[in-house]
Design a protein around this ligand. Structure first.
Ligand SMILES: *Cc1c(COP(=O)(O)O)cnc(C)c1O
Length: 370
């Protein structure tokens, strides 16, 4: 029996092998590995893909968040509101910047609840970081409205949502800045770590370009203290090749999501299956269902050779690292309740329609009366 893996990163390489190896050869011979012309070209293309004026390549998605906060002067004594059910990096970047993460509970689409943001705002709030979790958009118009009324920044964590859009407007173009990850497990992925920041703000862009490179204005003059957080020229060259395929991959994932929706319709035991909201074009970084007897279902699928995951089993506010923030079990009932029901099913462009059908059949079998 052929198993269905949760990810298969190698499969994508085979389809682009010749083009990528040729480019690696070319860049290697040029000897331009740091801040080269391939990086500039990718930044230009990525900004335009995200409907933004500028993009800045950085070392990873966590740094993207961290550097934006640093550039905006967010740090000690400041609070930043975000979701407790994200990947750890969102809150981790806030802590690294010296600020305090303040969590707000989520809605049924796993994204931050604007009403809860409003309740969490204090005089110390400097920014809101909505996470477009699972490749679906947070409620940006309401969030932008709240931010405007309270005079705080909106920094999008779009690490899981490259290419997702609302009424045709893409993630990374709503807030003051958008933060992306090109980690190997993200849809647009590098061969190692990578990230980018998008923005329309010229002053912020110029500051970020310096901050990611030691604060240097040119080779010898340092204008402000910065960091070393650049996107490698080789990675940028590879990402630029992949960017041309991104829409096709996202479309493929959207089709798979539709197949899952059809295949899982009306199954007793499957409590919730994700679907686009009106105006939304999600990219389904993960396809998370909610189900009864989740652990048993996961084991059953594993026995059938189908690999699944849970994103994420422990909310950030209940992690050991978060103890000093003073949260307790019960503080975010929605985010906590779903941890026992959520299951991420395999979804990546190289899977076949038949694979999706197999996963659905096994789930139907599991819940069938015995
Ligand atoms: C992956 C991810 C990040 C961090 O990106 P890295 O490139 O791994 O640093 C941040 N936020 C979310 C929601 C992510 O999924």
């Amino acid at each position: 029996m052929k198993g269905i893996k949760f990810v298969n990163i190698g499969a994508q390489f085979n389809s682009l092998r010749d083009e990528i190896l040729k480019k690696v050869d070319e860049v290697s011979q040029s000897g331009e590995f740091i801040l080269g012309k391939e990086l500039q070209q990718f930044e230009k293309n990525f900004a335009s893909y995200c409907n933004c004026k500028y993009a800045v390549g950085v070392a990873n998605g966590t740094d993207a968040l961290f550097l934006v906060m640093k550039a905006l002067g967010i740090g000690n004594g400041d609070e930043v509101i975000t979701a407790p059910n994200s990947f750890l990096a969102t809150a981790g970047a806030v802590v690294a910047a010296g600020a305090t993460p303040v969590f707000a509970d989520v809605r049924d689409d796993y994204n931050i609840d604007p009403n809860k943001i409003e309740e969490a705002i204090t005089e110390r709030t400097k920014a809101i970081i909505p996470v477009h979790l699972t490749g679906r958009l947070a409620d940006m118009s309401t969030i932008l409205d709240i931010a405007k009324r309270h005079g705080v920044y909106v920094i999008e964590d779009a690490a899981q949502a490259v290419g997702a859009s609302y009424n045709g407007k893409r993630t990374g173009s709503f807030g003051t800045a958008g933060c992306f990850s090109f980690h190997p497990l993200k849809t647009l992925n590098a061969y190692g770590d990578g990230g980018a920041i998008t923005t329309d703000d010229t002053a912020l862009y110029e500051k970020l370009m310096k901050i990611r490179n030691h604060g240097l204005k040119n080779r010898d003059e340092c204008e402000l203290w910065g960091y070393n957080s650049r996107l490698d020229n080789l990675q940028a060259a590879i990402l630029d090749i992949k960017l041309k395929h991104l829409d096709k991959w996202n479309m493929r994932k959207r089709r798979m999501a539709a197949l899952y929706r059809r295949g899982l319709q009306g199954i007793k035991g499957v409590l919730k299956v994700p679907a686009d909201a009106p105006g939304e074009e999600a990219v389904y970084h993960t396809f998370i269902i909610q189900c009864e007897n989740r652990d048993e279902l996961q084991q059953y699928l594993q026995k059938q050779g189908i690999e699944t995951k849970v994103h994420y089993p422990i909310p950030i506010h209940l992690q050991k690292a978060a103890v000093s923030l003073g949260y307790r079990k019960g503080d975010f009932p929605k985010a906590e309740a779903i941890t026992k029901r959520i299951l991420s099913l395999p979804i990546y462009p190289e899977l076949l329609d038949a694979d999706i059908e197999t996963v659905c059949s096994r789930i139907i079998e599991f819940y069938a009366p015995k």
